[in-house]
Design a protein. Structure first.
Length: 94
């Protein structure tokens, strides 16, 4: 469980880092939740809040519902690792 939680936090960090780098280079945000002209501060706040919320839920339910906690983290890992990889492929184009 701790490994999944750490991986989730790292993938969230990778997504945020590559997004901020891309925005500094002139790329546009594609996430419709943020909009194409999203500010970095808005993205940081939203990403931090969602990371905290998902981590807290997974950690809170880990003893009574270990499978659901793991599934939540695995889904979160995929949902942030895939955009981070996409961002990495787009950075040279900005």
């Amino acid at each position: 469980m701790k490994t999944l939680l750490l991986t989730f936090l790292l993938s969230q960090g990778a997504d945020l880092t590559t997004t901020v780098i891309g925005l500094h280079r002139g790329c546009q945000e594609l996430n419709p939740l943020y909009g194409r002209t999203a500010s970095i501060s808005r993205i940081v706040v939203a990403k931090s809040a969602s990371t905290f919320l998902i981590s807290s839920i997974a950690w809170g339910i880990r003893k009574k519902h270990p499978k659901q906690a793991k599934l939540l983290l695995i889904t979160g890992i995929a949902a942030s690792a895939l955009p981070a990889v996409w961002n990495m492929t787009q950075l040279p184009k900005c």
